[in-house]
Design a protein around this ligand. Structure first.
Ligand code: ATP
Ligand code: MG
Length: 350
């Protein structure tokens, strides 16, 4: 198991330390961890947020564990040199197009959710976000209107292949879960969404055992807060998934709890927390490492087929939370290291 470890910026460094301790506590037979720089750290050292040596490691590894990137000291750099570009570059180089973001209630945390405890307790959903298309990648720029006004524009586009390949992943994911798929779009207004709906309906013919529904994104956002228990798999385009998954994290309790996997056609994947580098709390030792640790569990499951080991990590994290070892993001006092210690202790005991 050759794993590229890219801790990145801010709290990425702190949470990765705990994540690797947890992986090492599993005593996996041939675990090889190799580190490389990414993001602002890489820019300061090598002049680029995604330097060639990092890319070379990513290409040779079986999977990539990624912390976070984002560095306020890089805010004024050219767009292609900003730390955030490293994530886009990595996803592109690895040909990942499907972003899996599971959100599941943790026992004992229902009271900390932004929702009523009984509503929050029912959350067990997977947001499947498309990663390669949409408004992020279309033509964009600034111009001056005929009336002399400053104008900005971003083109939103999807082709049918981009939609059908993510739709297949969504239907297959639903088959492995409760067999319900809700496709989210804005087909009452957007042409990309009309095509999205059309293609998802076509792909549905291959999966008669999955119950498909369609929902406008504004309604989906409302339903996610009103009754999240109704969702199993939610299929979304790039921008709607970005927004809905942050919303889902607060329904569970904290952005520090949710992991994600970015996958392509093969088993190689990029595993990272859904949160960013959190410069506001970096260096204080108070970041919650749970999302990073749970990302490693997703890696064991999806890249290495190690379901039992993935479950061991997920159970340990859930037990630690239930035991009340809570970080600052959840109103507790546990430090990053203390949460890591507690998860390692559970694993050793299990
Ligand atoms: P990005 O653009 O990379 O998504 P962002 O601007 O959305 O970044 P985050 O870095 O995700 O911001 O942080 C959002 C807020 O959540 C910040 O106040 C941050 O301190 C908090 N936060 C994020 N991750 C954690 C964590 N693991 N533990 C505790 N707090 C966190
Ligand atoms: Mg964000």
């Amino acid at each position: 198991m050759h794993i590229a470890v890219l801790a990145g910026d801010g709290i990425g460094q702190e949470i990765m330390v705990e994540c690797l301790r947890v992986l090492e506590a599993l005593s996996l037979p041939d675990l090889k961890l190799e580190h490389a720089d990414v993001g602002g750290v890489a820019y300061h050292k090598h002049g680029h947020p995604l330097p060639p040596e990092t890319l070379a490691l990513v290409h040779s590894a079986d999977a990539v564990l990624f912390g976070a990137v984002g560095d306020p000291a890089c805010d004024n750099l050219d767009r292609h040199l900003r730390p955030e570009q490293a994530v886009l570059g990595l996803r592109k180089e690895m040909h990942t197009f499907a972003n899996l973001r599971p959100a599941k209630a943790f026992a004992g945390l229902e009271g900390l959710s932004a929702l009523k405890p009984e509503v929050a307790g029912a959350i067990d959903l997977l947001i499947l976000r498309e990663l390669t298309g949409d408004i992020y990648f279309g033509d964009k720029g600034r111009r001056t209107t005929d009336a002399g006004l400053r104008e900005g524009y971003d083109i939103m586009s999807y082709d049918e292949n981009e939609i059908s390949r993510i739709a297949h992943v969504a239907f297959k994911s639903a088959q492995g879960r409760r067999k319900k798929l809700c496709s989210v779009d804005k087909a009452n207004v957007l042409q990309t969404s009309v095509l999205w709906r059309e293609v998802v309906n076509e792909v549905a013919a291959d999966y008669p055992d999955v119950e498909l529904s369609h929902m406008y994104v504004d309604n989906a956002s409302m339903q996610l807060v009103r009754n999240p228990g109704q969702f199993d798999v939610m299929l979304t385009g790039n921008i709607f998934g970005d927004i809905l998954s942050d919303q889902a994290s607060m329904c569970v309790g904290s952005i520090g709890l949710l992991a994600s996997a970015s996958l392509g056609e093969g088993t190689k994947g990029l595993y990272e927390p859904i949160h960013g580098s959190a410069p506001d709390i970096a260096g204080q030792g108070i970041a919650n490492p749970s999302a990073m640790i749970l990302s490693a569990a997703m890696m064991l499951r999806h890249s290495f087929g190690m379901e039992a080991e993935a479950l061991r990590i997920e159970t340990a994290v859930a037990e630690v939370l239930q035991a009340g070892v809570l970080g600052h993001d959840l109103g507790g006092k546990a430090s990053t290291t203390e949460i890591g210690d507690a998860v390692v202790a559970r694993l050793s005991a299990s």
